[in-house]
Design a protein around this ligand. Structure first.
Ligand SMILES: [Zn+2]
Length: 289
C-alpha cells in the first residue's frame, strides 16, 4: 500500500536527515529504486513527471505499476508516489490516477498571486483526499537557461505566504539547478536557506536538482532544514553509463546478449547501487526500521 509523504518528511525534518525523491521512468527504474529502499530500510518517495507518465502511457499506468510492484516485491518500507513538477491540470490527473502525493509547481505562473491562489485550492483538495502536497516558490534554474550559472534564490516572504497555506513541504530555490551543474556554478546559498527556514519553521524544505551537488553542501543543506532531495539526472547517468559499457564491450553480440532483460540488467543494477549510496549520503538508511 502506498502512503502519502507528509509523515515520513516530518520525521526526516525532526531527525535532521533527508529522503531522496527518486524519479521513475519505467518498470526497470521502479523495481530498482524499490529494491534499493527495501535493502537500505529507507522510507521512499518515488516520483514521476508528467512527461515520464506520458512515456509510460498515463499517470494511471504509472500508479498501478508502482502499487503492483510494491506488492510483488513485498516491500515493507513506506513508499509514497509523488507527482514531480505538476501543472495545475496535472495535479487533478495524478490524484485521479491514484498518486498519494502531488507537487503543484506554480513558479511558472504569470504572477505570484496565481501561484498562491492555485496552491491554496490544491492544498484543500489534496488534504481532503489524504494526499500530501509540495509547492514551489521562485523558479529553479536549469542548464537550458544558458545565461546564468547560478540558480535562483526564492523570496523568503513569498515562501512564508505559501507555507502558511498548509503545504506539507516546500521547494525553494537556493542556487540549485536542474540537470548537470556547470563548472563555474557558485554553489548553494546557505544564507538564503537559513532566511527561508527562519520564516517557515519546521516545514520540510525540498532541494531540487540534487545531481552533482558536492556531498558536503548536501549535508550542510540537510543540517539547515532540507528534508527532501530530488534525484533524477544522477540515476539517468548511472543507467546510461552501465548500458554503454555493456554495448561497448560487445556483450549484446555474444550469445543471447541481445535479450532486453540482459541489455537492461546492468543499468538496473547500477540504479540499485547508486540509490543506496545516495540514501547513505542523505542519512535515510535504516530510518524505516
Ligand atoms: Zn525539480
Amino acid at each position: 500500500m502506498l502512503v502519502n509523504a507528509a509523515d515520513m518528511l516530518k520525521k526526516a525534518e525532526a531527525g535532521h536527515y533527508a529522503l531522496g525523491a527518486f524519479n521513475t521512468n519505467n518498470l526497470e527504474w521502479t523495481l530498482a529504486v524499490l529494491q534499493a529502499a527495501e535493502e537500505a530500510k529507507s522510507p521512499l518517495i518515488m516520483q514521476c513527471t508528467a512527461g515520464a507518465a506520458k512515456w509510460m502511457g498515463s499517470f494511471k499506468v504509472c500508479a498501478d505499476m508502482v502499487k503492483a510492484a510494491v506488492e510483488a516485491l513485498n516491500i515493507t518500507v513506506p513508499v509514497a508516489l509523488h507527482l514531480d513538477h505538476g501543472s495545475y491540470e496535472d495535479c487533478f490527473k495524478a490524484i485521479d490516477a491514484g498518486f498519494t502525493s502531488i507537487m503543484y509547481d506554480g513558479s511558472h505562473e504569470e504572477t505570484f498571486q496565481i501561484n498562491l491562489d492555485r496552491t491554496k485550492e490544491l492544498v484543500e483538495l489534496a488534504h481532503s483526499k489524504g494526499l500530501s502536497i509540495e509547492a514551489e516558490v521562485g523558479g529553479i534554474g536549469g542548464v537550458e537557461d544558458g545565461v546564468t550559472s547560478n540558480g535562483e534564490l526564492a523570496d523568503p516572504d513569498e515562501c512564508k505566504q505559501i507555507a502558511d497555506l498548509g503545504v506539507d513541504f516546500l521547494a525553494c530555490g537556493i542556487g540549485n539547478i536542474h540537470g548537470v551543474y556547470p563548472a563555474d556554478w557558485a554553489g548553494l546559498s546557505f544564507d538564503r536557506l537559513g532566511e527561508i527556514k527562519a520564516k517557515t519553521g519546521d516545514l520540510p524544505l525540498v532541494l531540487h536538482g540534487g545531481t552533482g551537488i558536492p556531498v558536503d553542501q548536501i549535508q550542510k543543506a540537510i543540517s539547515l532544514g532540507v528534508s527532501k532531495i530530488n534525484v533524477n539526472t544522477d540515476l539517468q547517468l548511472a543507467f546510461a553509463a552501465a548500458t554503454r559499457k555493456y554495448i561497448e564491450e560487445g556483450k549484446d553480440l555474444q550469445g543471447k546478449g541481445f535479450d532486453p532483460r540482459k541489455v537492461l540488467k546492468p543499468g538496473r543494477d547500477a540504479i540499485v547501487a547508486r540509490t543506496k549510496e545516495l540514501m547513505e549520503e542523505f542519512g535515510s538508511v535504516g530510518k524505516a526500521e
